[in-house]
Design a binder for this molecule. Structure first.
Ligand SMILES: [Zn+2]
Length: 451
């Protein structure tokens, strides 16, 4: 599950309602609570923060616009407008921050367009050719030869599973811990990708955080973050202190952790493709009283679909430009559609409908593949596909998970099946490997090749 829209609480596609009881706080009540704390400086900070426009997402790095200078003159106005509207901003909200003409586009911090952030000069005429999606390996045994594929098993798991709110238990059954399911599946996926010739790298492999920060390090940011958007945010009904801790934990396992993984991906691993793997869930009621549902869907995410709220932030504008210019989109669409096809053909599980979510829109490449702006697919460079696999609390999937990593096949939900980790890994692996085989067939270099 992913729910990295910070103001939300709830499961993955956010279509599910919250697993924690939540209600709205009005801002005056908030400031009163903070005023009551014995922390003298806090009240003053609260008032100052409320008046100051917040330019960055919480705990984020200040964007380095000069890093985009190498893209000057690389795309035409038509290419810019096509990608902007089709992928990142279908409702056109960004136009409030842009001055656009045939020569280039200037992006501003504010809607009054007084503070310029970056000016992109367009290429005259046709611009640089779109990246060709051709085969890089001619080996039919090893179609992924030369590809570096990064696996990002969702969440941390282990001792952090409770803090992450990514675990549940029914009666005396084995607890279901999403971080552990993701890791098991990724280990089997690694075997398949390696057999097909890929070099496989990982954002993390154990149950330890990648970030060196811990929730206790993030209390000041948590307070600032709570005050940033106090009117519209919804919080769990905790005491003020509990709420600060809850926000610090959120900033730890979601923001700081994924930022640390992004630094590793972008600075050390530099993969050709990143696969973020998750198991999903339908709402399971209150913690400690989890219940099963009869619902199963699969959804994949490509990067895009920024909301109006997100586009108010400088760092979000920066990443939109970075991703638009990097142009990983054609790869994401091809790979996502290929994996989606496997889920339809082998499992027959219907796709999630994120159409009314308010933060995702259809890619058109596959009914399983939606555009969504998540911390990981925004910060990781290169193509990123998010796979939200089976619902852990769907009756059939739940008994499949409880059956563990058995050998051979067993009767699960009326069908003979291999263990769930193996089958999930195979759906993803078959999608990726099958696509690279197809590319070999399409490539003229391949058909002319005689050993
Ligand atoms: Zn997840």
């Amino acid at each position: 599950m992913v729910d990295d829209k910070l103001p939300q609480v709830g499961w993955c596609a956010g279509l599910a309602s919250a697993s924690v009881r939540i209600h709205s706080f009005d801002s005056m009540r908030w400031l009163k609570i903070l005023g009551w704390t014995a922390w003298w400086g806090l009240g003053a900070l609260a008032r100052a923060e409320e008046e100051k426009p917040f330019l960055y997402s919480p705990v984020t790095e200040v964007p380095e616009w000069r890093l985009l200078e190498s893209y000057q003159g690389t795309i035409t106005r038509a290419q810019f407008e096509d990608r902007w509207r089709r992928i990142f901003d279908p409702s056109g909200v960004l136009v409030r921050y842009l001055n656009l003409n045939d020569e280039g586009v200037e992006v501003f911090r504010d809607t009054a367009k007084t503070q310029s952030l970056f000016h992109l000069r367009f290429a005259p005429g046709e611009g640089r050719e779109e990246k060709a999606l051709s085969a890089t390996s001619w080996s039919s045994e090893k179609p992924l030869l030369g590809q570096v594929i990064c696996l990002d098993p969702g969440h941390i798991g282990g001792d952090w599973a409770d803090v992450e709110e990514r675990t549940f238990r029914i009666g005396r059954d084995r607890p279901v811990v999403e971080g552990e399911l993701n890791l098991k599946t990724c280990r089997l996926l690694e075997e398949r990708l390696k057999q097909a010739g890929a070099q496989v790298v990982w954002t993390h492999q154990g149950f330890e955080p990648t970030t060196r920060l811990r929730p206790a390090d993030l209390y000041p940011e948590a307070i600032q973050y709570m005050l940033q958007d106090v009117k519209s945010r919804r919080f769990p009904s905790y005491s003020a202190n509990g709420l600060i801790r809850w926000n610090a934990e959120l900033l730890f396992y979601r923001t700081a952790e994924i930022q640390a993984r992004a630094r590793k991906v972008n600075e050390e691993l530099r993969p050709d493709l990143t696969l973020c793997l998750h198991y999903n869930a339908a709402p399971w009621g209150r913690p400690g009283r989890a219940s099963l549902a009869s619902a199963n869907r699969v959804v994949l995410f490509a990067h895009g679909s920024y909301t109006a709220d997100e586009l108010a932030f400088d760092d979000q504008k920066f990443h939109l430009f970075q991703k638009l210019l990097e142009n990983s989109n054609p790869q994401e669409l091809e790979i996502g559609a290929a994996i989606g096809r496997q889920f339809r053909e082998k499992w027959g599980v219907p796709p999630e409908d994120c159409g009314n979510s308010g933060y995702a829109h259809a890619t058109g490449a596959s009914p399983y593949l939606w555009y969504r702006n998540l911390i990981a697919n925004r910060l990781f460079h290169g193509p990123v596909i998010f796979v939200e696999g089976p619902y852990m609390n769907d009756r059939t999937s739940y008994s499949w998970i409880q059956a563990g990593e058995y050998e051979g096949t067993r009767l699960i939900g009326g069908k003979m099946r291999e263990n769930i980790f193996r089958e999930y890994a195979d759906r993803v692996a078959d999608g990726v490997i099958g696509l690279f085989r197809e590319r070999q067939k399409r490539s003229p270099a391949f058909t002319n090749y005689s050993p």
